[in-house]
Design a protein around this ligand. Structure first.
Ligand SMILES: Nc1ncnc2c1ncn2[C@@H]1O[C@H](COP(=O)(O)OP(=O)(O)OP(=O)(O)O)[C@@H](O)[C@H]1O
Length: 724
């Protein structure tokens, strides 16, 4: 909140509410942001302004500002704002006159306020007072008391006048908010052990007063607010043994309470071992099996540290995939809810301008994929991550790997922009291969923890393989899905395949067989990717066919089976793929289709995970029955796909990638064509030489043969002569 004084608050509020209450007709305005004149903009005719649309205008407004000089005043570009010093107003009026338009209304509003939604702003201020006073406002009078307290320095008469002039609208909004039900209190029923449901021994439960359930937002006064909040939280004594385990790790009671609400009742080994050193301020490298709660192992201590000493961009989390970034952000949001945490997700495929804007608002946590964050760092200086306290590399080994997506250059940019004095946390299920590289990032005597287990995959996972000829793989896949569908009522399968095209074809094929499937691969638009994942997570679609883009980190508890349509080339890839099931103590099954060419890969996998895969028995006659139909359907789907612009999209993506790398795609194509030409010429030349050489050799052989023949003939003649 950037209120310089309470006087401004009431003035702004009056104007904002005036603005909101007036039905929108044509309105005009200008604004000043960072000493630059923006606008004028027009509010679209007939648009009704409420606090929500108001925020939308704000967004458009900022987008416009970012486009700056290249602003074109389109009819539907809407927003109005004018805190305008006279020159801005004059500018606005002159511009309107030049267009033959008339100014109808100008509103005044502070230009640099990060949140222009007046109700939210006032609510934050009042909320602060409500919690400080330790009472929950439900009645009109108590809300009024909080409003008065919120603007303590202002003449109370003035506030009363102000509120009255609003015809009770403001009060009704605030009372509505204040009356929103608070989260339910934990009951003894909830403290039962989830697995066996045996009631725990009776304990005295002291239910904390409601005011402690929501922590005040982290704002300008965050430090005091958080301190008083933490004092309040001392009420909420942990009431079960399992909760004690979290307390022993050094976590605050409000965080434990949040864990409890998420069903996290006992720290997992990775949490038990990694949280204390992180809280001590040490760098940490955690290597634990898939689905063992690594995310919470870094989220919890970071939130605790943030609540103790909050400021600007506090933590940067890097992940290799976009979907994973959203998932991590969700964990931060849920666990950090009482803090009013501000997070920001910076991933490719999304609006870069909106992201830049969010970064300037100083979120507490930035969760990013390296490529897009590095792009922001290269192209703008409107934000800084020079003072972050925490750097987290989730799936750290993948980030350092030089696979199909190489993050090395982007990581260099990012690591160059963050402070050396920071805590670095590295997590993955497969850290050990890249340990040396990782140690160069976590230099502060890192604490290394690895789960001690002979087998690298979880015990609850049933791992199998089917040896199949390459050409009948699809028939086996269809048969497996069909069997699974017939045998289980509530089911969910993830199928991994090697290429985007195959992923697409398989999806089309399974849909032809009326299976509820959806695809996820990098050739899809980001919105489609999110939609596909959301539909799968919510069990609208029971089958997700994906490339390795979904192999790491995704936590979808409903997945019971993972099918590897191709054997992963690296054992690491296998570990992560099959780790999408049997998570957090649940059971699951992984079936890998192995062709005659992949047997060595299976041996490598078995060696790495230290476990022999079991053969999965399949009724071959049933597969043979559907073989022709499946192969024909697949071919049809391939033809259908060829008629679409799928390959074209691939080309476009390649071009985009080249442009991002600073290369000219046309020039590159030309260079490639030239190289190809040279290669062909060389090949031709080589073939020519070889041909000549061959001819020469043939001629020599022929000559030799002829000589030999002559010699033999002579010999025969001689013998004949001698016999005569
Ligand atoms: N202590 C806990 N008790 C029970 N469930 C937990 C606990 N900690 C985390 N979980 C849950 O376990 C699931 C898996 O957690 P998470 O995604 O953090 O695993 P991970 O180790 O990061 O897996 P991956 O290696 O695949 O990324 C989540 O749904 C999470 O809510």
């Amino acid at each position: 909140m950037t209120y310089s004084s309470s006087v401004n608050v009431q003035k702004d509020l009056r104007q904002a509410l005036d603005f909101i209450n007036t039905p929108a007709r044509w309105r005009w305005g200008t604004g000043i942001i960072k000493d630059e004149l923006v606008g004028p903009f027009r509010v679209e005719d007939g648009v009704k302004l409420n606090s929500q649309t108001y925020c939308q205008f704000q967004e458009d407004f900022f987008k416009q500002w970012y486009r700056k000089k290249s602003v074109s005043f389109k009819k539907n570009m809407i927003f109005m704002q004018d805190n305008a010093p006279s020159h801005a107003s004059n500018y606005s009026t002159a511009w309107l006159a030049s267009k033959g338009l008339k100014e109808e209304k100008i509103m005044t509003w502070p230009p640099c306020s990060p949140d222009l939604n007046p109700i939210e702003n006032l609510w934050s201020l009042i909320k602060f007072e409500i919690y400080r006073e330790g009472k929950q406002c439900t009645s009109r009078n108590s809300v009024w008391g909080a409003v008065v307290a919120a603007a303590r320095n202002v003449d109370r008469k003035q506030i009363k006048q102000l509120t009255e002039s609003m015809n009770g609208r403001l009060m009704s909004v605030i009372i509505k908010k204040a009356r929103q039900p608070l989260p339910e209190q934990p009951s003894l029923q909830q403290t039962r052990h989830p697995a066996c449901c045996v009631p725990l021994p009776p304990v005295r439960v002291r239910i904390p007063p409601p005011r402690m359930r929501t922590a005040p937002p982290l704002g300008k006064r965050r430090r005091t607010v958080v301190t008083s909040y933490r004092k309040c939280c001392q009420y909420s004594r942990v009431c079960t043994e399992t909760m004690d385990a979290f307390t022993k790790l050094g976590l605050s009671s409000w965080l434990i309470e949040q864990c409890k609400q998420l069903g996290i009742r006992k720290p997992s080994p990775v949490q038990e071992n990694c949280i204390p050193p992180i809280l001590e301020g040490r760098d940490c490298m955690g290597c634990a099996k898939t689905g063992s709660g690594k995310t919470a192992a870094f989220v919890l201590p970071i939130l605790q540290k943030l609540s103790e000493d909050p400021f600007g961009i506090f933590c940067l989390v890097l992940t290799p995939t976009r979907e994973l970034a959203y998932q991590i952000a969700e964990q931060f949001r849920v666990l950090g809810k009482p803090l009013g945490l501000k997070d920001c997700i910076i991933v490719g495929g999304m609006d870069m301008i909106a992201q830049a804007l969010e970064l300037t608002r100083k979120p507490h946590i930035v969760i990013a994929t390296p490529g897009r964050l590095a792009d922001h760092m290269r192209s703008s200086n409107t934000f800084s991550i020079k003072k972050i306290r925490f750097l987290v590399l989730d799936e750290a080994d993948r980030l350092l790997e030089q696979g199909c997506t190489d993050f090395t250059k982007d990581l260099q940019v990012i690591l160059g922009g963050i402070p050396a004095q920071r805590q670095t946390l590295l997590f993955s299920a497969t850290l050990t291969d890249t340990l040396q590289e990782l140690k160069s990032i976590a230099m502060n005597k890192p604490f290394f923890w690895e789960s001690t287990s002979e087998v690298r995959t979880v015990e609850q996972l049933d791992q199998r393989f089917i040896l199949v000829p390459e050409k009948v793989k699809d028939a086996y896949l269809v048969h497996l899905i069909q069997t699974f569908q017939d045998e289980h009522e509530d089911w969910s399968i993830m199928i991994f395949t090697s290429t985007c095209k195959n992923c697409q074809v398989l999806n089309m094929m399974l849909r032809e067989f009326s299976f509820p499937s959806v695809a996820l691969h990098s050739m899809m638009k980001q919105k489609e990717r999110f939609a596909a994942l959301a539909k799968f997570k919510s069990s609208v679609y029971k089958i997700l066919i994906a490339t390795d883009v979904a192999a790491r980190g995704l936590d979808i508890p409903t997945v019971q089976v993972v099918i590897n349509h191709n054997t992963p080339g690296l054992p690491k890839g296998y570990i992560h793929r099959v780790g999408r099931t049997a998570r957090a103590g649940r059971h699951g099954m992984a079936i890998t289709l192995v062709t005659q060419y992949d047997i060595h890969l299976v041996h490598a996998i078995e060696e790495k995970i230290n476990l022999k895969l079991q053969e999965h028995k399949v009724k071959e006659s049933a597969v043979l029955e559907i073989l022709t139909q499946v192969n024909v359907t697949r071919r049809e789907c391939e033809i259908k796909l060829e008629c679409t612009d799928f390959d074209e999209k691939k080309e476009i993506n390649k071009r985009k990638q080249l442009i991002l790398e600073g290369k000219d795609p046309d020039l590159e194509a030309k260079r490639k064509a030239e190289l190809e030409k040279i290669r062909k010429q060389k090949k031709k030349f080589k073939a020519h030489i070889q041909e000549a050489f061959q001819k020469k050799q043939d001629a020599q052989v022929r000559r030799k043969l002829k000589k030999k023949q002559l010699r033999q003939e002579k010999k025969v003649d001689k013998t004949q002569l001698s016999s005569v």
